[in-house]
Design a protein around this ligand. Structure first.
Ligand code: TLP
Length: 344
């Protein structure tokens, strides 16, 4: 099988499996797991923050960050195409009593500055919920893995600062953004208050993510992590793979990005496929089908029969994700299979 459904399907590298088997561990609820502590220090350093916290998943990372930033009744100001809004069961609302306030998302993931400004309600007016936290996503999943630029991030942070609001970044694929921009991750995260970074997507760790921010913020996120059942005891076996994800797996993302470009170039040649080439900036290739006889579901089904797994966003768009474990020959096989489907 060639599995392009997501970069979450990556398996740990041989070095990760070995590091996991040999990891030094302790009880992390007591703060005594040396491997977890090492991962957290490394993540804080790479993300340019005072402190970091290991979490079980990106979803947990975003949840504990939002719970740490806001009180019940506060608003989470978030893009209407954000993963936080679409795919996390409204966790901050369901579990924390926060309220989601969406703003429209531009095609490549930016939230217009005037829409953000407009969404921040007047605290003096008793009708309104108070603003609690602003959120961005980089890279932006539903926009096709697009990268938010540094200047845009700087402007959003300045806006958040003017209103004394924290800015949280869903950086599930932050390492992809950093590689695409040719900067270290901390060059991006200097413009946010807090960030969650997934270790288990393109970076190929089997489990986990990290949240980073100030020491005070991490202390609150640590409490939130415990109440959602995220105190993980001998989590050093997970952290050991996470350390390798951060130290050995970032540079190779360029290979995934090159593979995505090859896919996009070939797909763009087919008249049945509608693809915004400018949206293909990292490891995701998202497109629509022009031919009404072809739904994403039908294409997914036909390719599945040929051993190629791809995904979609609802019944409108198709997504292919390149990642560790996908080689050039898999890209060529996929291109040939799609061509055959449409040219036949
Ligand atoms: N994204 C998954 C699915 O949930 C859609 C995928 O296959 O892309 N933020 C962003 C931007 C994400 O893309 C994801 C996962 C998460 C958060 C949640 O991460 P996990 O799966 O670790 O909870």
């Amino acid at each position: 099988m060639i599995d392009l459904r997501s970069d979450t399907v990556t398996h740990p590298t041989p070095a990760m499996r070995q590091a996991m088997a040999q990891a030094e561990v302790g009880d992390d609820v007591y703060g005594e797991d040396p491997t977890v502590n090492r991962l957290q220090e490394l993540a804080a350093e790479q993300l340019g923050k005072e402190s970091a916290l290991l979490v079980a998943s990106g979803t947990m990372g975003n949840l504990v960050a939002l719970l740490a930033h806001g009180q019940r009744g506060d608003e989470v100001i978030v893009g209407d195409e954000a993963h936080i809004f679409h795919y996390e069961q409204g966790g901050a609302s369901a579990l924390g009593g926060l309220v989601y306030h969406t703003v429209p998302t531009q095609p490549h993931g930016e939230l217009p500055l005037d829409a953000l400004e407009h969404a921040i309600r007047d605290r003096a007016n008793p009708h309104y919920a108070w603003p609690g936290v602003l959120c961005l996503e980089n890279t932006h999943n539903r926009c096709g893995g697009t990268v938010l630029g540094l200047e845009y991030m700087r402007q959003v942070k300045a806006l958040a600062d003017r209103h004394s609001l924290p800015l949280h970044l869903d950086g599930a694929r932050l390492a992809n953004a950093a590689v695409a921009l040719g900067v270290p991750m901390r060059a991006i995260t200097q413009h946010v208050t807090s960030v969650q970074l997934d270790l288990s997507k393109g970076l190929a760790a089997p489990v986990g993510g990290v949240v980073a921010g100030t020491r005070d913020f991490i202390a609150r996120a640590h409490r939130a992590r415990k109440i959602v059942g995220g105190g993980m005891r001998q989590a050093g076996v997970i952290a050991a793979a996470g350390i390798l994800a951060l130290t050995e797996m970032q540079e190779r993302l360029t290979e995934d990005h090159a593979h995505a470009q090859l896919l996009a170039d070939a797909l763009a040649e087919l008249p049945q496929i509608l693809i915004d080439r400018r949206s293909v900036q990292t490891n995701l290739v998202v497109f629509r089908l022009r031919d009404s006889a072809w739904t994403p579901g039908r294409l997914i089904g036909v390719l599945h029969e040929q051993g190629i797994l791809i995904g979609g966003f609802g019944d409108e768009r198709v997504r292919m994700a390149t990642h560790y474990g996908i080689e050039r020959r898999d890209i060529d096989t996929t291109i040939a299979a799609v061509r055959k489907v449409f040219v036949a």
